[in-house]
Every structure is written in structure tokens, then in C-alpha cells.
Design a protein around this ligand. Structure first.
Ligand code: GLU
Length: 517
């Protein structure tokens, strides 16, 4: 908290969202981006997006652009990124590798005795795993227990190492984790985190193709990009001791960013997974994502009909709260109120019904202009051409209380555009008789004679005639609604009649009279 305030004064906060372009961006990823962004905005700092694409085997075509599209849809605008530029370019790690940024740091660690060259072939590594496999240790790692039995610069003579390097023998650089040391750091959410160095393996820092691994690149880039705070998912906690260790030996712990590991997002069956979407019928990605390798489509919140305002609002509250009863926040309000020490460490349960509630609230709150174009697209996809914008806006305003997701507008408002194709006869017929038929026949005549077609005039004519013929107005209203809408739903029936106009109102009454006995 105190450190946070110091930074607030200095406005030097620099945070990063560091996605790997390996596929769709799921809820947890967007939330990580959002928390970084809100923290930066809260402190008047800088929000950076750095693309961590050093693992070429996991690289997926199109994933980077998709990530930026998602961020744009959510309104999470980077200050610096491969697409936005910035003073620390390039922001793609593969391009930074081409500039030779990482190699020198790996070699520096070797010189200092904190890392070593390892020449083991894939077969030798496999052999090691077989040899050391036991009931207690089913998947042995390359660590302090085995490193001295392997082919590396700790076991080979300096002359042999030089010879192998000069001969261009395939090798990696591994970190040499210390023995019997406690590696601790302060996590802004979890407090003091202590790790035993003996439990951490000698991770590869530089791969045989010269690419840094995530572990080296993340530390080097956080340093070079002057990152002050690093917020990332809880799944990175086990890697933290390696990063802390690298910080200690490369740049000094006093320069290390403050860490916060964000809580997992839980689905109905533990950690929210991509498969939960299909299983439980809700989206897990921000936007539709089609895997180019399998053509498998994973649904997105955007296409499901969520508003970005609702989406970031619900994501912000998955792990954070303002400490008040307030649940609906604009992005500006979130940025004003967000603080990392109100993020909890326990898993945050994703509740789809609650997510829908947020969207419903946002549909009601926002100016219709914010989503008119999107709903218009939905109408047009359903074969309804929207030609009159003023009429369309009025319709959206009339039904929005009833809409939870954007496609609901079509179901709720279709009758403003086309005549009902059927009537809820089960509701009408028990109340239908000759008197009602006479009523609607006469009503049509009186409507045609009206000089001004507005809600008040329509209602007066309707009620006066009911009184004259001594028929319960409530029953008539229900029938009138079914005639106009097809069902017992919708806003006030006289407003519907006014909106669709006299011509359509008369036509629908006539259509119904032709169907009802
Ligand atoms: N590239 C890592 C990821 O894909 C980022 C982890 C971090 O923020 O340190 O999640």
C-alpha cells in the first residue's frame, strides 16, 4: 500500500500485459490485462503490451492480432505495444532476440557461475528421466540432484566445453539453482512467499535455437522496459523463484518489479477451462476464436451479445471489489477505485447468470446509440432490413428492459418490423366470444376515424368503447396485445400500436379476426 502511494505521486508506474500468441484470449487473460491497465490508469502510469512469442512451437498464426482485437473491443488501450510503438521497441520478443538482447545476459550468468552450458541430447535427457524415475519422483527434473551426472559445463573440463562450443555443438544454457536457500519475495496480494531452492529445477534460459525461454526473457524485458509492477496469473507462482533468482543475479533485487499473482478464475468444475464453455453453454473467450490448426470455434462474449462495458465490469469484479455495495462501474470509475490490495487471493468463481445480469444492467443504462449498430447487424442477419434509424432507436428503447443479451432484441422487437406469424391462441380463446369480435370490429372503425394517432388517443378510444359495450378492459388489452405481438409480451400495448402505426394496427386486428373463431 505504501509503495503504491509513493508511485502514485511519482506517476512512474509501468505495468505490462505479456501474452503469448498461442490461441484465444480467455477470461483470465483479459482480466490480467484489465487489472494491469486499471492499475496503470489509477496511478497515471503506462500500460504496455509485450508479445512473448519465444516459444515457436506454440506460436499460432493470427493469435497476436486476435489479442489486440480483443483488447480494443474491451477498451483496454495500450500505451506501448508492437502495434502502438513506444520508446522500448521492439515489443515482440522474437524481434528482440534478433537484436541479440538476451544472449549477453545468459552468458553473463554463466560467467558469474549462476548458469551453465548443457550439451545433453534429447536421448540423454530421456535416459536421465528413465534412470531417476521412482515412485516418489515420477517425473525427474534436471536439477541439483542430477546436474552433476549430465553433460554440461559443470561436469566437463573447460577445454572440452570450449571445444564443443567452437564446434557448434547443440546446447542450451540452464540456470544453476542454489542449494538449501530460501528464495522469498513479497507478493502484493499474497504477502511473503517463501520457496525452497532445492525444489526448483535448473530451467533452460536459452534454447538450442538461440531463443530465450520465457524465464529469461521476462526478467530481461521487465528490466529493460522499466516495469515497476508485474501482475500475472497464479499459474506463474511456481516460476517466481526462478525469476527472483535471475533478478538477484542480473539486476539486483531492489530493481525487481513488485509482483502480484492474480487468483484463478473458477468454473463450475474447478479451474475455468476452454472446454467448460462448450460443456456449460457459456463463452470463455473474449471474442470468437477459430483455431487455425483444427478449425475448432470457441465462442466469445462479444458474439454472444455482451457489451464491452458489461464484460470489463464483470471481469473487474472477478477477484476484486471496491469494499462497498457498488457493483456497476464504468471503466473510469474502475480506474479511480481499483487497488491491488483489494484483490483477493482465493479463486474467483465465475457465475454465468451473474455475468448476464451485468449485461442486462448495462443494456438498460447505456445510451442506445452505444449498441444500435450491433443490434442492427443482428436484425439484418435475421432478414430484417432496418431503414429508419429514428424508428429503430425508439424500438430499442421500448424493449431494452427485457433484453439480457444483444440478440434478445430480435426476439423482443421483431414484431415492430413484421406481422406476427401466429397468435397465442391458448391465452385468447378461453376469453374469446362474439361480443369481443364485435368489439374489435368496431374498434377498427373508430381507430380509422382517429385524426391523431398517439398513445393517449388510442387508449381513450379503446377504453371508451370497452365501457360502452360493458366489457372488461383488462381482457381486451390482453387480446389486443396478442393481436399486435403474437404473444403476451412487450411494453405497453398502446405504445406498441402508436409505434407500429395505424395501418399495421388495423391489419393485425384483421389478421387476428380471420384466425380467431
Ligand atoms: N507470457 C506469459 C503468458 O503467456 C506471461 C506471464 C507473465 O506475465 O509474466 O501468460
Amino acid at each position: 500500500m505504501i509503495r503504491e502511494l509513493i508511485f502514485a505521486g511519482m506517476s512512474s508506474v509501468r505495468v505490462r500485459f505479456a501474452p503469448s500468441p498461442t490461441g484465444g484470449l480467455h477470461l483470465g487473460g483479459v482480466r490480467t490485462a484489465l487489472y494491469n491497465y486499471l492499475f496503470a490508469k489509477h496511478h497515471g502510469g503506462t500500460f504496455i503490451v509485450r508479445v512473448e512469442d519465444t516459444d515457436q512451437t506454440r506460436f499460432v498464426e493470427g493469435a497476436e492480432q486476435y489479442i489486440f482485437d480483443c483488447l480494443e473491443w474491451c477498451g483496454i488501450e495500450p500505451d506501448e505495444s508492437p502495434l502502438h510503438g513506444g520508446e522500448h521497441e521492439p515489443y515482440r520478443q522474437s524481434e528482440r532476440k534478433e537484436q541479440g538482447i538476451y544472449l549477453q545476459y545468459a552468458e553473463e550468468l554463466v560467467r558469474k557461475g549462476q548458469a551453465y552450458y548443457a550439451f545433453d541430447t534429447p536421448e540423454e535427457l530421456e535416459q536421465m528421466r528413465q534412470d531417476h524415475k521412482s515412485a516418489e519422483n515420477p517425473s525427474p527434473q534436471y536439477d541439483r540432484q542430477v546436474r552433476l551426472k549430465m553433460k554440461n559445463s559443470l561436469t566437463l573440463s573447460p577445454g572440452e566445453v570450449t571445444r564443443l562450443l567452437q564446434a557448434g555443438t547443440r546446447h542450451v544454457i540452464r540456470v544453476k539453482m542454489p542449494e538449501n536457500e530460501e528464495i522469498s519475495f513479497h507478493d502484493m496480494i499474497r504477502g511473503e512467499i517463501r520457496n525452497e531452492s532445492n525444489l526448483v529445477d535448473d530451467k533452460v534460459l536459452l534454447k538450442a535455437d538461440g531463443m530465450p525461454t520465457y524465464h529469461l526473457a521476462v526478467v530481461v524485458d521487465d528490466h529493460l522496459m522499466k516495469i515497476t509492477h508485474a501482475f500475472r496469473g497464479e499459474e506463474w507462482l511456481p516460476s517466481a523463484p526462478v525469476h527472483v533468482w535471475l533478478w538477484k543475479h542480473l539486476f539486483g533485487l531492489d530493481k525487481m518489479p513488485q509482483w502480484a499473482h492474480l487468483p484463478l478464475i473458477l468454473g463450475p468444475s474447478g479451474k475455468l477451462s476452454k472446454r467448460d464453455g462448450a460443456k456449460y453453454g457459456f463463452p470463455v473467450f473474449a471474442m470468437n476464436w477459430t483455431d487455425p490448426r483444427t478449425q475448432e470455434l470457441t465462442e466469445g462474449f462479444k458474439e454472444k451479445g455482451f457489451l464491452p462495458e458489461a464484460f470489463i465490469n464483470l471481469l473487474a469484479l472477478l477477484g476484486w471489489n471496491a469494499g462497498t455495495e457498488q457493483e456497476l462501474f464504468t471503466k473510469t470509475e474502475l480506474a479511480e477505485q481499483f487497488s491491488i490490495d483489494r484483490v483477493h487471493s482465493g479463486g474467483a468463481k465465475f457465475d454465468y447468470e451473474k455475468a448476464r445480469w451485468f449485461n442486462h444492467e448495462w443494456i438498460k443504462r447505456l445510451d442506445v446509440e452505444n449498441y444500435r449498430l450491433k443490434v442492427r447487424e443482428i436484425f439484418e442477419l435475421n432478414g430484417i432490413a432496418v431503414t429508419d434509424d429514428a424508428y429503430f432507436t425508439k424500438v430499442l428503447e421500448l424493449v431494452r428492459e427485457r433484453c439480457t443479451l444483444l440478440p434478445d432484441f430480435f426476439g423482443q422487437a421483431g414484431y415492430f418490423y413484421s406481422d406476427p406469424t401466429g397468435f397465442d391462441e391458448a391465452s385468447v380463446l378461453p376469453k374469446w366470444d362474439q361480443a369481443k369480435r364485435d368489439y374489435f370490429t368496431q374498434l377498427s372503425q373508430r381507430f380509422s376515424a382517429l385524426s391523431s394517432w398517439d398513445t393517449a388517443a388510442i387508449e381513450t378510444v379503446f377504453k371508451d368503447l370497452a365501457q360502452e359495450l360493458n366489457i372488461k378492459v383488462g381482457e381486451l388489452q390482453m387480446i389486443f396485445r396478442v393481436m399486435l405481438v403474437g404473444a403476451k409480451t412487450g411494453p405497453g400495448v398502446f405504445v406498441i400500436a402508436e409505434t407500429i402505426g395505424m395501418g399495421k394496427t388495423l391489419k393485425r386486428i384483421a389478421n387476428a379476426l380471420a384466425v380467431f373463431p
